[in-house]
Ligand binder design. Sequence first.
Ligand SMILES: NC(=O)c1ccc[n+]([C@@H]2O[C@H](COP(=O)([O-])OP(=O)(O)OC[C@H]3O[C@@H](n4cnc5c(N)ncnc54)[C@H](OP(=O)(O)O)[C@@H]3O)[C@@H](O)[C@H]2O)c1
Length: 237
Amino acid sequence: MADEKRNDGKRVLVVGASRGLGEAVVEEYARRGARVIGTARSDGGTPLHRFAGAAGGAVEVERVDIADRGELDALAERLQGRSFDLLFVVAGISLAPRGAIAADIDDADFALMMQTNALGAIRAVEALGPLVEPEGTIAVMSSGQGSIAGNRSGGFEVYRATKAALNQLMRSYAARHEGDRRALLLLAPGWVRTDMGGDGAPFSIADSIPALVDTIEAQSGIAGLRYLDRHGETVPW
Ligand SMILES: NC(=O)c1ccc[n+]([C@@H]2O[C@H](COP(=O)([O-])OP(=O)(O)OC[C@H]3O[C@@H](n4cnc5c(N)ncnc54)[C@H](OP(=O)(O)O)[C@@H]3O)[C@@H](O)[C@H]2O)c1
C-alpha cells in the first residue's frame, strides 16, 4: 500500500511490553517492518510472548523488572554489543483509585509506585541508554497526569506525583547530557482502555498507539528533551 508507514530494519527496544500500551507499541513497530525487542517480567504466557511467537523472528522477548536494579544491569549486560535506534520505556503502575487522597495511601504502595514509575524508569534509561545510537531516540511513557501546570482537576494524586517526578528526572538527565544529539521524549498517550486505563477511558489502543508512534518518528533526529502528547503537541510542564 502506497500510504503504508514503514520503519524497515529500525532497531527498537520496548521496556514493559508484556501487555497494554507497551505490547501495542511492539506490534505497531513490527507491522512497520522494525526489528523489535519487547520486555516482560515473566517467562511466558503474556500477549507479548504470543505475538512474538507468531512474528517469525522479527520480535524477541527479553525479561526485566525495572524496579530491580540488578535485573536492569543484567539486561544491559545481555544486550552488550547490540545497538538500538529507539529505546522506549513504557512500564508503569497505578495502585490507588482516582479519588484516593495521597496522605491516605498505604506506605508500601506509595514507595512501589515511585520506585517503578520514577526511579525504575530513569534507571532503565541510565542502564539501557548507552545502547542507543548517537542520533537515536530515548522515549519514556509519561502521562498528561504528570503535568503540574495542567493539574486543575486533581485526582490520581500519587500517580500524578510519580509521573511529575519522572518528568523532573528526565529533565535532569537531559541537562546532564547537554549537547547529546539524541531525541529525548516524555510522552502522553491519552487516557486509553487498558488494564490500567480501565473500560471507561475515552480512547482505544488503536486511537493512541499508531499516532504516538508517528510522533516518535516525527521527532527522530531532533536533539533535546520534549514532553509531547500522541499528536506531537507540547504538554505544559
Ligand atoms: N492507559 C492509560 O490511559 C495511560 C495513560 C497515560 C500513561 N499511561 C502509561 O503508559 C504505560 C503503560 O500503561 P498501560 O495502560 O499499558 O498499563 P497496563 O496495561 O497496566 O500495563 C503495564 C505494563 O507495565 C509493565 N510493568 C509494570 N511494572 C513493571 C516493572 N516493575 N517492570 C517491568 N514492567 C513493568 C506491566 O508488566 P506486567 O504484565 O508484568 O505487570 C505491563 O506490561 C504506563 O507507564 C502508564 O503509566 C497509561
